[in-house]
Every structure is written in C-alpha cells, then in structure tokens.
Design a protein around this ligand. Structure first.
Ligand code: SAH
Length: 227
C-alpha cells in the first residue's frame, strides 16, 4: 500500500497535470483538490489508481467521476463560503467532500443506501460536519430544504427537471447537470433570475443515469455500467 506522503505527491501531480494544464484556475477549487484525499473514497483495490485521469468503479454499478470533471463542475458553480448546496448522487462522497470544503452547508441525496452510509462515514472521518445525506430519489430535489444557492447533479438526466429549477434561489441560483441520453450528455449550467432561467451547454460528458421519477427508468441501469 502506498504511504500517505506518496498519495499526497500523486495528488499534487494530478492537480498540476490534469487540472491546471487543462485550464482549471480557480484557486479555491485547486486547493480543495490538493487537500481532499480521493483515494479515501475508493474501494481498497482501486486506491493505488486514485489519482489517474479517469473515473473508477465504487460498487453497486456506480462510478466516482474523473478528477477533471469534478474540478470542472465545481469551478463552474463558483461556490462561495456562505452558499447552501444541494447535491444529487453522492456516490462515493468525494465530490460531496469538495462541496463541503467550499461552501457553508451541503444537502446530498443518494439512491443507494449503502453508498450513502459509506459516503457519510468518509466525509465525517475527514472532519466535515456541514453535511446531511439523504437516501432517496433525488430527481425530485429536496423541497423541504429549498431553496438552494447551488445545485449539482452528478448523474445523467434526460431533460431539465422543472422541479429542480424551482428549488434554485431566485437571485442568481445556479445548477450544473448532465442532460442527454444514456450514452452521451452535455454538462449544462442553468441560472435563475426571478422567473427567468437561462441555460448554457458547456461540455460533452458521460455519466451514469439518474434513476427516478424525473430521471431514467430503473431497468436500464444494469446494462449501463460505466467503468
Ligand atoms: N459524484 C459521485 C458520482 C457518483 S455516480 C462521485 O464522484 O462519486 C452517480 C450516483 O448517483 C450513483 O451513486 C447513483 O446511485 C446515484 N443516483 C442515481 N439515481 C439517483 C437518484 N434518483 N437520486 C439520488 N441518487 C441517484
């Protein structure tokens, strides 16, 4: 097993080579990704590959996103320390930890209870307590806690869910989410000003499907495992 110093060296190299060189330049995002140990969010056998330039399996047919995608989505949300954030699809909890590091409070929803438990434990171990993880269908958001300054969806949706748009803060609330079919999506940034919503496609990507009322049906999930 690599030592934690070795992991730290790989992590810094990941930030320099995969993020800075590709144009990520938000200092707070880069700092968060230098600090938070991605290997702590992977199953034992995949830890040594934690700082490679790709997604990785986390069990239950799900994946932890590629570091660049995590950095890109986080940077585009322009998180402020006072923001309240809703994340949909906690998965391993790695992205969640980054959101905890950069904002005031994070609500996260995960469909698979085993993943939610594990993510909560790992984030707690790192010392973050500005987080609540719910188990359930995040495609409907979290109406009881709305509105949110920022929403991040880390699984693919077939179309923009109105129910999530309505949970954005009226004064410049923003959401980032992959919209498309099961094969390919466009990472889209939605901004709310009062009753006006604008949306911008930013990047082609491939996420696992969001399974739920405003996502995809559950029967596609078994064949769509993305490693
Ligand atoms: N950001 C995570 C990505 C995990 S993959 C990471 O980097 O580890 C997407 C996650 O969305 C999976 O864990 C999957 O179980 C979850 N998911 C799928 N449909 C969901 C739904 N309707 N509500 C909440 N989570 C969902």
């Amino acid at each position: 097993m690599p030592s934690s110093r070795e992991y730290a060296r790989w992590r810094n190299r990941m930030v320099d080579d995969q993020l800075v060189k590709r144009g990520i330049n938000d200092r707070r995002v880069l700092d968060a990704m230098r600090v938070i140990p991605r290997h702590a969010f992977l199953p034992e056998e995949f830890k040594p590959q934690a700082y490679e330039d790709r997604p990785a399996p986390i069990g239950e047919g799900q994946t932890i996103s590629q570091p660049y995608i995590v950095a890109f989505m986080t940077e585009r949300l322009r998180l402020k320390p006072h923001h309240t954030v809703l994340e949909i699809g906690a998965g391993s909890g790695y992205q969640t930890a980054i959101l905890c590091h950069l904002s005031h409070y994070v609500y996260s929803i995960e469909r698979v209870s085993r993943l939610a438990d594990q993510a909560g434990e790992r984030i707690g171990d790192l010392g973050y307590n500005n987080i609540e993880i719910y188990v359930g269908d995040g495609s409907q958001g979290l109406p009881d806690q709305a509105t949110f300054d920022r929403i991040m969806v880390t699984a693919a949706v077939p179309r923009l869910p109105n129910v999530l748009c309505s949970q954005l803060d009226k004064h410049g609330g923003q959401m980032i989410l992959p919209i498309g079919d099961e094969e390919l999506q466009e990472l889209t940034l939605v901004t709310r000003r009062g009753v006006r919503f604008t949306s911008r496609a930013l990047l082609r990507c491939r996420f696992v499907p969001l399974i739920g009322r405003y996502g995809f049906d559950s029967d596609i999930s078994d064949e769509q495992q993305i490693f």
